[in-house]
Design a protein. Structure first.
Length: 111
């Protein structure tokens, strides 16, 4: 899944902002959201970070991690350490909630 497809799936704004330009999206415009892939989670993290006026380097510094980790998180790298991801979400004021999947429109249901 591409980053644009992930943004569409999450209902996030899509733009050509390129680089690390600030966005005018506010937190309440993007959360709550359901992320089913690491790419969708990365798109959500990026959108919320930008809405809070933070650069990737700012978030990395606050999280006592390297800038590379934030870049990898926002790109949806699936092999990142879970606790570090949870720590970054916490810094952004986000949390993970686990629940049963809802029925999809195509009729498929989770057991």
């Amino acid at each position: 899944m591409t980053a644009q497809a992930a943004k569409t799936a999450l209902g996030l704004p899509i733009g050509n902002s390129g680089g690390d330009a600030m966005s005018t999206t506010r937190d309440h415009d993007v959360v709550p959201a359901v992320a089913r892939t690491s790419i969708e989670l990365g798109a959500l993290v990026k959108s919320v970070r930008r809405s809070q006026g933070l650069l990737q380097a700012d978030l990395a510094g606050l999280g006592n991690s390297g800038n590379r980790f934030v870049v990898d998180l926002e790109r949806g790298k699936p092999t990142l350490q879970l606790q570090k991801v949870l720590d970054m979400l916490d810094l952004l004021g986000l949390e993970v909630e686990v629940r049963r999947k809802r029925a999809r429109l195509d009729g498929w249901q989770a057991d």
